[in-house]
Write a protein that binds this ligand. Structure first.
Ligand SMILES: Nc1ncnc2c1ncn2[C@@H]1O[C@H](COP(=O)(O)OP(=O)(O)O)[C@@H](O)[C@H]1O
Ligand SMILES: O=P(O)(O)O[C@H]1O[C@H](CO)[C@@H](O[C@H]2O[C@H](CO)[C@@H](O)[C@H](O)[C@H]2O)[C@H](O)[C@H]1O
Length: 454
């Protein structure tokens, strides 16, 4: 059992803001985390939105990075990014903390205490599951669960070692807990959508069994526990394996097209249709995103006129399939193959978009375009580049989709081109911020879409 420190105010010390202790440590630590989105901007400001002792020695924090004042209770959310952290605090440093170590507080109420990332500590991960197994509260935190799907006690945790926008813990290879790192007010679609799909009886999506949220300073989903698909492989790994072995991937791509259509059909039933999509308005939004992406990534600038023509053409396309709730960030890493079935995960949408936008209706073509781009990404991981492999996967995926959905994405060329272009622009921005070495992958697509238009 680690030696943890009680975080309740010590009798001799007046209660004080823990950020006095943590600010300096977090300013160093946050930008090094994979899930930290503000890597292109120095952390100039750190504010504490809420702090809760979830169990002795473990602090749950919502911290605000960037500029602007911390809002008053009940006030509207501030500008900038809000992150969820679970920090362990103990009196003595231990070499076993290893990568989890954040540092030793030099001032403020935690002076002298060792601070670490509690999610990397198995004991804290176990206690967190204990909290989730039963409904309850801790300060503003609300723990909820599905009484029909009980979670057993004592499952052994392990931190998932994946390239992630969030942080996930696997418990006994039976459940997986995703803790959202970047928090926005409102229900997270990864909980909202998966719960709604479960109610529809859609078997393509793991059903949430427990979750937790905060009520202060605003309502927001913080984490979701779902069944872990044991032995599953993600589509990205399978596609790269197929490419390395020189194997055909069209049968899997066709099945994936069917799975995408199943999920779209279930989403259309689960959520009442909103206002019909309007291509002109969508095209304007895409053009605006291009302008701001080109502002951030100079390499995009020479291609702007060519890319704009895809959006201009969208405005004159026929309406296409009606807008509905969609996945929002569909790619090969978001699909898992277990046995002979494809499952779809991670309904959060593109992490950098505002939550309201991610929860609104969009054309299902957006998801299709996301997956088509992913075949291109995979084909570009191997030298020589395998454009034929990607082309055959695209065909098969669209054919599978058409067989289930009743309309063929290949017959919506103008829509597909515009959505693929918009996705490639997003990817350029994503790679520039998170993985600059990968930038040439979406840039190759940008060049193709801007110059050749296909
Ligand atoms: N239900 C699940 N069963 C098995 N593995 C899962 C499950 N959900 C997620 N994973 C694994 O966790 C990884 C990250 O999950 P994801 O929801 O995409 O997180 P993020 O939003 O942080 O990228 C996935 O790529 C997959 O390998
Ligand atoms: O973290 P998320 O899975 O929510 O999605 C983000 O990260 C993805 C990369 O991990 C990124 O996907 C891009 O790279 C993939 C290969 O690693 C490729 O299959 C996708 O087609 C490509 O978009 C995704 O865009 C981003 O939102």
């Amino acid at each position: 059992m680690p030696k943890t420190a009680s975080l309740r105010p010590r009798p001799a010390a007046p209660p004080a803001d823990p950020m006095v202790s943590l600010g300096g440590l977090l300013r160093e630590w946050l930008p090094r985390q994979r899930w930290f989105a503000g890597k292109d901007r120095p952390v100039t400001d750190l504010g504490l939105l809420s702090t809760t002792e979830v169990f002795p020695g473990c602090l749950h924090l919502l911290v605000q990075t960037g500029h602007g004042p911390v809002p008053a209770p009940g006030g509207s959310p501030p500008a900038g990014d809000c992150y969820q952290l679970l920090l362990g605090v103990r009196e003595r440093p231990s070499p076993r903390l290893g990568r989890a170590l954040i540092g030793q507080a030099q001032e403020g109420p935690l002076t002298g205490l060792t601070v670490y990332d509690a999610l990397q500590d198995p004991r804290s991960a176990q206690l967190l599951l204990e909290r989730l197994r039963h409904p309850g509260t801790a300060g503003p935190l609300r723990f909820e669960c599905d009484p029909l799907r009980p979670v057993p006690a004592g499952l052994v945790p392990r931190l998932l070692d994946a390239e992630q926008s969030n942080t996930s813990l696997v418990y006994g290879d039976e459940f997986i807990l995703k803790l959202f790192r970047r928090i926005q007010p409102g229900v997270n679609p990864d909980l909202e959508v998966t719960s709604a799909l479960a109610r529809q009886g859609c078997s393509r999506v793991p059903t949430p069994v427990a979750w937790f949220r905060t009520t202060h300073p605003y309502g927001a989903t913080l984490g979701v526990l779902q069944p872990f698909l044991h032995g599953a492989s993600d589509g990205w790994t399978l596609a790269l394996d197929a490419l390395s072995a020189g194997d055909d991937f069209t049968a899997q791509a066709r099945e994936l097209g069917r799975a995408t259509a199943d999920v779209h059909l279930a989403l259309a039933s689960a959520f009442p249709a909103g206002t019909p999509g309007e291509n002109g308005q969508t095209a304007t939004g895409m053009a605006e995103r291009l302008t701001s992406a080109a502002h951030c990534v100079p390499a995009l600038r020479p291609f702007v006129p060519g890319l704009r023509s895809a959006f201009a053409a969208l405005a004159t396309c026929d309406a296409g399939p009606p807008a509905q709730r969609i996945h929002g960030d569909l790619h090969l890493g978001q699909v898992l193959r277990a046995g002979r079935d494809w499952f779809v995960i991670d309904f959060e949408g593109e992490p950098s978009r505002p939550l309201a936008e991610r929860r609104s209706d969009h054309s299902p073509v957006r998801d299709i375009a996301g997956m088509l781009r992913s075949f291109d990404y995979a084909a570009r991981q191997r030298r020589p580049w395998r454009p034929e492999w990607a082309r055959r996967c695209r065909e098969a995926y669209c054919a599978g989709y058409a067989a289930r959905a009743g309309w063929d994405p290949r017959k919506k060329h103008g829509l597909l081109r515009a959505y693929e272009t918009d996705r490639a622009v997003y990817e350029v921005l994503y790679e520039a911020r998170h993985r600059p070495d990968w930038l040439p992958v979406p840039m190759a697509a940008i060049e193709r879409l801007a110059v050749r238009g296909d």
